[in-house]
Design a protein around this ligand. Structure first.
Ligand SMILES: C[S@@+](CC[C@H](N)C(=O)[O-])C[C@H]1O[C@@H](n2cnc3c(N)ncnc32)[C@H](O)[C@@H]1O
Length: 303
């Protein structure tokens, strides 16, 4: 881990949509650098916060927050698809998806094409397969799904066939050599400032961490764990993530119409359209540019 801080996105909106000035028990499903966790804990002294993250490297960061906030702060290193194992219910639950600056700036985790590190990319590096193993073993369909669908890489055909050609060589073993291969494979487009490897790296990261399935499972569980009038806030950075959130929120808020009869819990959409960061924030924190925030409030209908 480096000493760099992770700048939390949409701070004001997160506190407002979580109603963190009023609540008591909150869950931060994506602890990362602890930026949002600290905000929630500082919003009022009566707030308690449970935070989870699957990255084992964040434990030391969590210990720092423990020193600062004592027993108002609790941390568990788990995948957020297992948040029901905490055995708690909450007044507000936050997801700030994707990877943190700690991960992207790590010289050993393989998330960044800037470093000569093993191409790992696992958020929980104690289990699962590395990006290198995925590139060596995945079927053509799995590679296509990662590069074309998750990475949204326009030149996915060239990338998939270049990966197949380099199997068994050191090129796929390291982040920087894989990025160089992508640079040679993908035509240079004028007026683009992003590195040609960016989209493929993103797609492979989403695939090996099974990010979309985890999100689908986790937001359903999160909704179940909300108290009456509890708020669920999700910040996503990818159109496929945003679609999952949008569809789930729509489904759950539509139940409001049917509710008079079946008394299932329903929800009120707090954001008809996703909120995006202000121009000022986008300028100051380029990572925030693709952020979309959606929020709902749960109603239990007297249950
Ligand atoms: C964008 S960062 C969060 C930054 C944090 N909100 C802050 O202000 O410092 C996303 C974090 O979510 C974690 N994460 C992503 N998917 C996860 C999952 N399925 N289970 C647990 N943690 C996950 C990553 O390891 C990463 O640390």
């Amino acid at each position: 881990m480096t000493n760099l801080e992770h700048t939390p996105v949409m701070e004001t909106e997160v506190i407002e949509f979580l109603s963190a000035n009023k609540g008591t028990n909150f869950l931060d499903c994506t602890f990362g650098g602890g930026g949002h966790s600290k905000l929630i804990l500082s919003a009022t002294e009566s707030n308690n916060l449970w935070a989870v993250d699957q990255d084992p490297d964040l434990y030391t960061r969590a210990v720092e927050l423990n020193k600062e906030y004592g027993d108002r702060f609790h941390f568990s290193q788990i995948n957020f698809q297992n948040i029901d194992s905490l055995g708690m219910t909450f007044d507000g639950i936050l997801f700030d998806l994707g990877i943190s600056s700690f991960q992207i700036d790590s010289q050993t985790r393989g998330f960044s094409f800037r470093f000569h590190s093993k191409l790992d990319m696992r958020m929980d590096n104690s289990q699962g397969i590395t990006a290198h193993e995925f590139l060596e073993k995945a079927s053509k369909e799995e590679l296509t799904q990662a590069v074309r669908d998750y990475g949204e890489e326009r030149f996915w055909k060239r990338v998939v066939s270049a990966i197949a050609k380099q199997r068994g060589t050191d090129v796929l073993l390291y982040a920087d050599s894989f990025a160089d291969m992508l640079k040679k494979t993908i035509p240079h487009l004028p007026y683009t400032r992003i590195h040609p490897a960016t989209k493929t790296f993103q797609g492979i990261r989403i695939a090996i961490n099974d990010e979309l399935n985890s999100l689908k499972m986790a937001i359903e569980k999160a909704f179940d764990l909300l108290n009456d009038h509890g708020r669920l806030v999700v910040i996503s950075f990818h159109s496929l993530e945003d679609r999952i959130v949008k569809n789930f929120f729509k489904k759950i808020s539509d139940q409001i119409l049917a509710n008079n009869d079946n008394r299932d819990p329903g929800a009120k959409l707090l954001t008809k359209k996703p909120m995006v960061p202000s121009e000022k924030e986008q300028k100051n924190n380029p990572r925030s540019r693709s952020a979309k925030l959606r929020a709902i409030e749960k109603f239990n209908y007297g249950k």
